[in-house]
Design a protein around this ligand. Structure first.
Ligand SMILES: NC(=O)c1ccc[n+]([C@@H]2O[C@H](COP(=O)([O-])OP(=O)(O)OC[C@H]3O[C@@H](n4cnc5c(N)ncnc54)[C@H](OP(=O)(O)O)[C@@H]3O)[C@@H](O)[C@H]2O)c1
Length: 275
């Protein structure tokens, strides 16, 4: 069907929310997933023309992260393919304060297509749908020593921003820098979750070497260990210790607080031990 919106990472943390919100607005969504029909795989560019056939707009999320080898080449090739196949608009999920993310943004900005960049702080849902979930379930939250506070973003807010950008041309050519409403430490976030789930979660900071050893003991894949080391050394250095108004400016309501995120997430049962 023509005029579809292709959502990459449609089964992932941001993509599934964007797809659901678009469908609620009766937009026609094509799921960008290795299990989609047709399937989308960053490692199989030979299928991208089929995935992009009839697509009007694309929400681009790159997996796993811009800092991983080959990311720029794949994003460049995808954007070129989208342009040639007649795509008319790109909305790109980027990360705040990361050099590689800005390089990737440049590919989208220089594409010659209408674009919006959504440059996000760390996701709140990392504590419930990604690498920090296991720490919460284990009752032991360990991170490498670091100094910076982070303005975590709720993904329902982020998805609302992405949907606005996809449906209203006034967001073309804009870079939105998304933050939550408060700067928090990992100690703060662990304490709030622990209080709400009514279970102790011990917080500890260790050296980077100690952290790496713990992740290896838990058999975390090496590429995720590498990514975590990169994030804690390259991004949590204070460069993102500021708040923006962009979420409120785009969606007209205040961003979700971490406490609100914790309360709604607790109700899903994801932090229950028996899960
Ligand atoms: N975590 C954070 O705090 C944060 C903050 C700012 C920016 N970001 C950026 O967010 C992006 C990730 O977005 P997300 O969190 O929404 O995604 P995600 O939840 O990490 O994963 C998205 C989806 O990627 C798909 N996938 C896995 N391997 C794939 C492959 N080879 N080809 C195509 N798809 C593949 C999987 O779907 P299928 O299994 O269905 O194929 C998965 O559900 C990254 O670029 C990251 O840099 C993250």
């Amino acid at each position: 069907m023509a005029n579809e919106i292709l959502v990459l990472g449609a089964t992932g943390k941001t993509g599934k929310r964007v797809a659901e919100k678009l469908q609620k607005k009766e937009m026609v969504v094509r799921a960008g997933s290795r299990n989609g029909n047709p399937p989308f795989d960053w490692d199989h560019p030979e299928n991208w023309n089929t995935v992009l056939d009839g697509v009007q707009k694309v929400y681009i999320t790159y997996y796993p992260d811009f800092v991983t080898p080959g990311a720029m080449e794949k994003i460049q090739r995808f954007v070129d393919t989208a342009k040639k196949s007649g795509t008319q608009q790109l909305v790109f999920l980027s990360g705040r304060g990361a050099d590689e993310a800005e390089e990737a943004e440049g590919i989208v900005i220089d594409s010659g297509l209408p674009w919006t960049v959504v440059r996000s702080s760390w996701f709140m849902q990392n504590f419930s749908e990604f690498f920090f979930l296991d720490n919460i379930l284990a009752g032991y939250f360990v991170v490498p020593e670091h100094k910076a506070l982070e303005p975590f973003v709720d993904l329902d807010d982020l998805a609302d921003v992405v949907v606005e950008a996809l449906i209203d041309d006034k967001h073309n050519g804009k870079i939105y820098e998304l933050t939550g409403p408060e700067l928090l430490s990992f100690n703060d976030t662990t304490r709030m979750i622990s209080e709400t789930i009514n279970r102790p979660v011990v917080y500890e900071e260790v050296s980077m070497d100690g952290y790496t050893k713990i992740l290896r003991d838990y058999q975390v894949p090496e590429n995720i260990i590498w990514l975590m080391k990169h994030l804690f050394t390259e991004e949590l250095d204070g460069r993102n210790e500021s708040l923006t108004q962009d979420i409120e400016d785009v969606i007209g309501r205040k961003p979700t607080t971490f406490r609100e995120y914790v309360v709604k997430t607790d109700q899903t049962g994801v932090w229950n031990i028996q899960n």
